[in-house]
Design a protein around this ligand. Structure first.
Ligand SMILES: Cc1cc2nc3c(=O)[nH]c(=O)nc-3n(C[C@H](O)[C@H](O)[C@H](O)COP(=O)(O)O)c2cc1C
Length: 489
């Protein structure tokens, strides 16, 4: 502060889910909460318009493909359903074109899984939405983590973790080929380019990709003609070693959670270093931290609001979320069991981590009640509560210490949490020169606005997926010139 060098402009996204609650189980009972309107397209349009007026970069929709049924399980949704804890849940992709039609620039991140959806179908769905939104869609690539999803997609149990990432790598090779290597630049003539003679598109400019790999066989061609971004803007949020390596190769924006910037910094450094080793510009990999911000005119009012929200939180729903995330059913343990010392190593290390890092966590006994209390608002992300100055100082500290590029703002109550952020926090961030007052590329694509570069609509040339570009003047794309185009590993 006080320096005249321009500060890094924050990326701010709203972190949402098309469910009665996302990281706020039970808050549908809070009188002002609109979470229950998640089935209304008008609800989402109103949110998109509000966030666009405030210049948010994107709404990022988390998604899951099964219920949180581990707690008090197996296969039991009884604690989950009353809390509206990420169940029921609609597919977020369908509402995106409606939101885009009612806005100009805000973009939309949509979660979809490489474990359960066929790449050929997913590529078509995203191309369609990229067309309909004018290039304002992003794909949050997940490998999924719920056993309940595996069972409903015909498996007995989940595919092993590292194997899920091996599948995901090949999956990306398939979709890059469909998006980038199946239709040559300039292939489409549409109206015959005015001469009334030419066909819709040049058939020699549409090719099969002939992908035949270990996990997928996709001959192509891609069903959709090239959309504005072709490859949608790529987001990812894996936290394991395999997840970070995947992110460093493929992701253009990465989400991560952590209690403090000091703890997040090593992950940021590791991902940027891996990206650099792959020939990418490490600064171009946008890193976005998940946080819950509760802000009001004064510290007292912010804390009072937080305490009020907590009253509506559903503790059983929070323990159900924990069960799905970790795979552990805490109902198996006594009420007063301190999880810092339990046998199960995964739970023990997670809880010890929280005990050491959550403000005020060290003096506490970490029993079920403490875990539920901690997770009931904002999940496993940091919580920043206070007046505009306190919150802005803390966000600024995150940028300085952890080198993050922005934040995924979750909500305690929808849309009240965002109303407060817009009223109290954004003017303070703008006053400090930390947040834009206009989009970098009004009316532009998601990629242009995340990179802040007009014209950067396609993947950057240094991105792994750019090897598949099929440029004008090429008979086939460069990667396919030598040897077989059947498999690209
Ligand atoms: C901030 C954040 C958001 C995430 N959102 C989702 C989501 O919406 N849906 C999902 O299936 N997984 C989600 N995940 C999970 C990861 O994307 C990933 O698939 C999972 O954690 C397994 O990979 P990992 O072991 O590398 O973390 C999220 C993770 C983080 C850290």
């Amino acid at each position: 502060m006080g320096s005249s060098t321009p500060k890094k402009q924050l990326i701010l996204n709203a972190f949402a889910m098309q469910s009665p609650s996302h990281l706020n189980p039970g808050l549908h009972r809070y009188p002002a909460d609109q979470g229950h309107r998640y089935t209304s397209v008008q609800h989402w349009i109103q949110l998109a318009q509000k966030l666009e007026a405030a210049k948010f970069h994107a709404i990022f929709f988390a998604d899951v493909l099964g219920g949180y049924d581990v707690y008090k399980g197996p296969a039991n949704l009884t604690p989950t359903i009353p809390a509206g804890a990420q169940f029921p849940i609609n597919d977020p992709l369908y509402s995106i074109p409606a939101m885009a039609a009612a806005t100009h620039t805000i973009s939309f991140g949509v979660t979809a899984s490489t474990t359960y959806e066929a790449p050929y179908a997913l590529a078509r769905r995203f191309s369609t939405v990229d067309h309909l939104t004018g290039g304002r869609v992003g794909w949050n690539i997940v490998t999924s983590y719920l056993e309940s999803a595996a069972r409903n997609f015909g498996l007995n149990t989940q595919i092993e973790h590292e194997e899920r990432y091996r599948i995901a790598h090949e999956y990306l090779d398939v979709v890059y080929q469909l998006w980038e290597a199946s239709w040559r630049d300039g292939a489409v003539h549409a109206h015959g380019d005015g001469d009334g003679v030419r066909g819709y598109a040049d058939p020699t400019a549409v090719r099969q990709i002939h992908h035949r790999g270990k996990y997928f066989t996709v001959p192509g061609p891609h069903l959709c003609e090239p959309s504005p971004q072709r490859t949608p803007f790529l987001l990812q949020a894996g936290t394991s070693g395999a997840g970070k390596a995947f992110a460093a190769k493929h992701a253009e924006a990465i989400f991560l959670n952590g209690q403090s910037p000091e703890l997040v910094r090593p992950s940021v450094e590791s991902v940027r270093e891996q990206a650099r080793a792959l020939g990418r510009d490490p600064a171009a990999v946008k890193i976005v931290a998940g946080v819950l911000v509760i802000v009001a005119e004064t510290e007292e009012k912010a804390w009072a609001k937080f305490r009020e929200y907590e009253r509506y939180g559903d503790r059983e729903g929070a323990l159900a979320l924990f069960g799905g995330w970790s795979g552990y059913d805490l109902s198996q343990y006594a009420e007063d069991e301190d999880f810092r010392f339990v046998e199960a190593p995964a739970v023990r290390s997670m809880v010890n981590h929280w005990a050491k890092t959550v403000p005020g966590g060290e003096g506490k006994k970490w029993n079920k009640a403490t875990i539920a209390e901690y997770l009931v608002l904002g999940g496993n992300g940091a919580k920043i509560i206070g007046d505009a100055k306190t919150v802005a100082d803390e966000l600024e500290r995150w940028v300085e210490v952890a080198d993050v590029d922005g934040f995924n703002l979750s909500y305690a109550s929808l849309p009240e949490t965002f109303d407060d952020i817009i009223e109290f926090l954004l003017p303070e961030l703008q006053r400090r020169g930390l947040f834009h007052t206009e989009y970098a590329v009004p009316g532009g694509t998601m990629r242009e606005n995340f990179y802040g570069v007009k014209g950067q609509t396609r993947l950057p040339e240094t991105h792994y997926g750019a090897q598949y570009f099929w440029k004008e003047g090429e008979e086939v794309p460069q990667y396919a010139v030598q040897g077989s185009s059947e498999s690209i590993e």
